[in-house]
Design a protein around this ligand. Structure first.
Ligand SMILES: C[S@@+](CC[C@H](N)C(=O)[O-])C[C@H]1O[C@@H](n2cnc3c(N)ncnc32)[C@H](O)[C@@H]1O
Length: 320
């Protein structure tokens, strides 16, 4: 049983209509336009000041712990958590709901207890809870968690979701997190916010510990082209390609000092209606092999893939 070494997956490749990146990929003019707009607005753009007040990530050392970066406030997601759902739903369109449906199908057993790592505003946690599953939602961004809780209350399923404010690599050290889940999810860019090999191994160990023996973990990995063609700024590229507006890149796909594997992406997005988003993301384009090998050291055996779901390949692991 092997995990394929590349992301090419002809039978499950996203169709053009569901591929959120197609608009931007097809038209390099769009991106050129974005870049020249950035240059044109760089000097007089008032929000540039907001970026200056954010922590300079390049000064942080990426040695043993990435968590201080992730938890630095505001994180990339905290700064625009209130707009996250609205923007993602419009930017990713039909792909967004079909992706959730695809993830739901991976949990056939109604009695499954699921841990959703990097749950965000609850896209999947809430869908799972509404379908009757008991869910543990792990999320380090307070802003994203607020969105999740509000939506869960509105959906009438708050009582089926345990919310845990934590990073993925040490989530099981939280005393209230049970160690008998049937399924773990770590999806939709979340694993790419792990920045060091040590943290990746800690994360895989935490996922394994949260699962009962024989349970399944699904980990989503973005294809390399997402990082290469979108300069690490896929949020911004997709949002701008789909919604219009302008983006002022202040730093994009820059390898952080001391670690050439990391992409430091920051920008200010201005939406057509005048709203602004200051985005600050650091990601690492892990490969399938890197994730699989960290998983195997954590007692999670590769069990193939659930294919391309949405924008990423969903790897499947079994807890031994
Ligand atoms: C693009 S969102 C995806 C949310 C959700 N998994 C989904 O599929 O819709 C990525 C999420 O990963 C979270 N994240 C970033 N670093 C994390 C960490 N160290 N531990 C857990 N979650 C993290 C972010 O706060 C954000 O909510």
């Amino acid at each position: 049983m092997t995990v394929r070494p590349s992301f090419v997956h002809s039978c499950c490749a996203p169709s053009a209509s569901l591929d959120p990146f197609s608009a931007a990929r097809e038209s390099s003019a769009v991106r050129k336009g974005i870049e020249s707009a950035s240059v044109a607005t760089a000097v007089r753009y008032p929000s540039a000041r907001k970026l200056a007040s954010l922590p300079d990530l390049s000064e942080l050392k990426c040695a043993s712990s990435h968590c201080e970066i992730v938890m630095t406030e505001p994180t990339g997601y905290d700064s625009w958590a209130d707009l996250y759902d609205e923007l993602y739903e419009s930017a990713f369109g039909a792909m967004y709901s079909s992706m959730t449906a695809g993830h739901l199908r991976l949990v056939a057993d109604r009695h499954s207890k699921v841990i959703d790592i990097g749950a965000g505003t609850g896209r999947l946690s809430i869908a799972l809870a509404r379908a009757g599953r008991a869910v543990t939602a792990i999320e380090p961004s307070a802003g994203m968690l607020r969105g999740l809780e509000k939506k869960a209350i509105d959906a009438g399923c708050r009582d089926r979701i345990q919310v845990v404010h934590a990073c993925m690599h040490d989530c099981v050290s939280h005393p209230s997190v049970a160690l008998d889940h049937d399924v773990a999810f770590c999806l939709f860019t979340t694993i790419h916010h792990v920045l060091t090999l040590e943290s990746l191994e800690l994360t895989m160990t935490a996922i394994a510990r949260a699962l009962k023996s024989g349970a399944i973990a699904f980990v989503g990995v973005h294809p390399r082209y997402v990082f290469e063609q979108f300069r690490g700024g896929m949020n911004q590229s997709v949002l701008i390609a789909r919604l219009g507006g302008t983006v002022q890149w202040t730093q994009s796909a820059v390898a952080m000092q001391g670690n050439p594997h990391l992409l430091d992406t920051r920008c200010v997005l201005r939406l057509p209606d005048g709203r602004e988003i200051t985005d600050l993301l650091v990601t690492r384009p892990w490969t399938v092999e890197e994730i699989t090998s960290a998983a195997s050291r954590a007692n999670l055996t590769a069990d193939g893939t659930a294919g391309m779901i949405g924008t990423e390949e969903v790897l499947r692991f079994v807890k031994m």
